[in-house]
Design a protein around this ligand. Structure first.
Ligand code: NAI
Ligand code: MG
Length: 495
């Protein structure tokens, strides 16, 4: 068994240049690699294999082969193996936390270690659900046994993003494996090595070929995976734009998809809200410790006009106390943006808000001054006021530590603005009035609504959006049954 390696720099070197296919670390057929950066310094810390359709073909062939035997194992035996994967990952929480912190720039204490831990937990959760892969009997007539059974779909293609790479990958592969499928993952360009390490670790337990992983460019490596004729299901998390491309590829082959896309999630603070709780909830909700790189980030905060000034002051004061710094430092609350491209994107939106005479941008916390972090992709958390709900900055997904605070007078106005968005992923309302809360949970157009809290999704909570935020749910029992199995109807005529 591989020993945990707590030196992420050494581990990144060790894993450099490989896919994991058919039980082996293997270089890309092109022989090419691309650099993996430490966004806190801008330095190259490793290389990733540059996959293309040839690697996809090899990985899918291996997955097709492995799936048959796996599907014939009793469900609980598969579940036990998947739960064992979770226990193994638990022994590597520190290692994986450090590696994802190095690649993604997310702070170890507040984000990266937490991700590694929930990654392990996801496997334990889904492993325990194996016995729920039940069919049903149907009262068709009294002379036959009429029933449904659930069968695996076959090979699942999973294309994943960089913001919570290991956990979002687990929400696809753990249920897919328990249900009897095999998987081929295409990791995000920014965070290939942490996901490769998870695959390498789990291949010590799983039969070879059941879980393969490729790194590479989206269109060049992800495209052929989505289009591959032997990939029977595609599960994708990422941007709306790429989601549409994936959906088209699936339409061409007529295979099902799960799409977990963007958000511009509203938070409504009513005049009777507990202000201190709402401020603390906003700080968690904007996901400042993840630099706002979350599709459920509370990126639009609607506050009753009687509270808005105090709310913004208290929020800014609290964010000012957060420590920005080296992601691997235990003191750090807030690390860096993941990549130069995302950094430019976030800066563009902040500058747009600054250049609007109506906008006020409060930049909070202090940029690190350490010499080695001078070239790091740090962005100060920004609380923006004065812009309306239809301003570009309040409308489009920024994926940065940025939120727009917008006043309202009436409940109806708040709900109208909250729903006036192409997205519908998550929403929260803060009030002491149960009847207002109850009305809002029905009226908010979102897949995930919380009252007086804003936590991140956890295994067992069905998670997914409406409108352009996506199709289908993840993270729950029903998601495993709906998205990773087919129902077969059987009639045994005994007449
Ligand atoms: P993206 O959607 O382009 O990338 C996500 C994954 O899709 C990556 O693995 C990428 O390689 C792959 N991909 C890209 N183009 C592809 C194609 N043509 N065929 C197959 N696979 C393809 O997102 P990106 O460019 O990293 O970020 C852009 C914006 O998307 C962000 O600023 C954010 O607004 C949003 N986003 C949302 C996420 C979410 O959790 N819902 C996660 C990441 C990004
Ligand atoms: Mg993209």
């Amino acid at each position: 068994m591989l020993k945990p390696n707590h030196d992420p720099f050494a581990l990144a070197q060790e894993l450099s240049g490989y896919h994991f296919i058919d039980g082996e670390l293997i270089a890309a057929q092109s022989g090419e690699t691309f650099p993996v950066l430490n966004p806190a310094t801008g330095q190259t810390v490793g290389q990733a294999a540059a996959g293309d359709s040839r690697d996809v073909d090899e990985a899918v062939a291996s997955a097709v082969h492995a799936q048959r035997d796996w599907a014939s194992k009793p469900a609980r035996e598969r579940g036990k193996i998947v739960a064992e994967c979770g226990r193994l990952l638990n022994e590597h929480v520190e290692e994986l936390g450090r590696l994802v912190a190095l690649e993604s720039g997310k702070a170890l204490r507040t984000e990266s270690r937490v991700e590694a831990s929930i990654l392990a937990d996801s496997f334990i959760y889904f492993g325990g659900l194996a016995s729920e892969l039940k069919g049903e009997t149907i009262p068709y007539n009294t002379t036959s046994l009429t029933m449904t059974i659930r069968e695996p779909v076959g090979v699942v293609g999973a294309i994943i993003p960089w913001n919570v790479p290991m956990y979002l990958m687990a929400l696809k592969i753990a249920p897919a494996l328990v249900a009897g499928n095999s998987v081929v993952v295409k990791s995000a360009e920014e965070t290939p090595l942490c996901c490769l390490r998870v695959c390498q670790l789990l291949n010590q337990i799983l039969p070879k070929g059941l879980f393969n992983i490729l790194s590479g460019d989206g269109p060049v490596c992800g495209g052929p995976l989505a289009e591959h004729p032997d990939v029977a299901k595609i599960s994708f998390t990422g941007s709306v734009e790429t989601g549409r491309i994936i959906h088209r590829a699936a339409a061409e082959k007529l295979v099902p998809v799960t799409l977990e896309l963007g958000g511009k999630s509203p938070m409504i603070v009513m005049s009777d809200a507990d202000l201190d709780r709402a401020v603390a909830g906003a700080i968690t909700g904007v996901r400042f410790t993840r630099q706002g790189q979350s599709c459920t980030a509370a990126s639009r905060i609607f506050v009753h006009s009687s509270l808005i000034d105090t709310f913004v002051d208290q929020m800014a004061e609290a964010v000012d106390k957060m420590v920005m710094g080296d992601p691997l430092d235990e003191e750090t609350d807030i690390g860096t943006i993941v990549s130069p491209a995302q950094f430019d994107r976030v800066k563009t939106y902040v500058n747009l808000a600054k250049s609007d005479p109506a906008g006020t941008v409060r930049e909070c916390a202090t940029l690190p001054t350490d010499e080695h972090l001078k070239t790091g992709l740090f962005v100060q958390p920004a609380i923006i006021t004065g812009l309306s709900n239809d301003h570009k900055v309040a409308k489009e997904e920024i994926f940065g530590p940025v939120t727009c605070v917008i006043p309202f007078e009436t409940y109806a106005e708040a709900i109208h603005m909250a729903n006036d968005s192409e997205y519908g992923l998550a929403a929260t309302i803060w009030t002491q009035d149960l009847s207002v809360a109850m009305r809002a949970v029905h009226e908010l157009e979102a897949g995930f609504v919380q009252v007086n809290q804003n936590v991140v999704v956890q295994p067992m909570l069905p998670y997914g959006g409406v409108k352009t935020s996506g199709i289908g749910k993840e993270a729950s029992l029903d998601s495993m049954l709906e998205h990773f199995t087919h129902r077969k109807t059987i009639i045994i005529n005994m007449n």
